[in-house]
Design a protein around this ligand. Sequence first.
Ligand code: SF4
Ligand code: SF4
Length: 368
Amino acid sequence: MSSKVYFADIHLKNIGENLRSKVKKLFLEAGFSECFVNNDPVALKIHFGESGSDAFVNPVYVREIVDMVRDRGGKPFLTDSNTLYLGSRGNAIDHIRTAIEHGFNYSVVNAPVIIADGLRGEDSIIVHIGKKHFSKVKISGVIAKSPSMFVISHAKGHEVAGFGGALKNLAMGCASPMGKRDQHSVKPYVLKEKCIGCGNCVSACPKSAITVESSQMNIDKTECIGCFECMTICREKAIDVDWESGIPDFTERMIEYAYGAVSGKENNIGYFNFLIRITPDCDCVPWSDAPIVPDIGVLASRDPVAIDAASLDLINAQTGLNGSRLIKNLEPGGDKFKGIRELTDSWRQIQYAEEIGLGSSNYELITI
Ligand code: SF4
Ligand code: SF4
């Protein structure tokens, strides 16, 4: 059976319409009013963006979702979990400050920000899932306790996952730092012939696991938490992981966490994917590079697998943008995220999510 995915095109078709009004229309068409009942706390799971990035979902669109929830009796709040690495979102104080600096303040979004896992990530709840890699997962307390949720995701690339959409937002975004650590157990290594000893990776490492001596970088594997921050920052491509043995398991662990994040409220979640400013890197890095394809629009669905499958199909159907980090597969139909990072496999997320019962990759695209 196919899942419905609703699509609002970025292009103006009728005078008077705009993307804000289309977000509201998507909410209604996708039946999102049925995701919560009167007086329910409704978590709007968002990524506020690392300080320095600016391609995260625009708060003015989030305001539309907040108002739709509030007008129908729900109690909306914006939330995200603290990060595993230091950065600007590693504890609730810095995290809320970053959110406010990025426009997620009450006067814009009309809802409070509540960090999902407490001051330093200590509010974590065990959710039993009984899957291949994990029998139980550690989900941020506020998210686990919220009876309903909207998962609002910016579609973009990721260093090892390939694509970041709804599934990744559920998996990494809803896990407490300990849960994030469980998912990231792949340790990178240095390609000595490529390393120029610039030291950029040293300051990026949250665990001080990197040293540079005699123009060569070394990783202390006992300290490394596998966060991939060093890989993202190295412009020489001198840091790599074992793609054959490490990454398929990483992807499966991630998807099992997504399963844990929705557990108990499967019928009370709505997903929005914003296919706007589709950047090569995740919003966790302190920059936003040029987009790899033109803006496409916004999707809404009750199925996280269907919405990510539809997002990938729409992105891959575009002609890649010259001058962006996309160096291959620019033609319509080419796998854009492999065009940036050849060894990634975005579709593996979709396959495994379908395998463990998170949703269906078979979708019907309904343009509103
Ligand atoms: S950022 Fe890359 S090139 Fe620079 S020291 Fe680290 S591994 Fe070597
Ligand atoms: S060495 Fe790299 S992957 Fe390991 S903790 Fe440091 S930045 Fe993260």
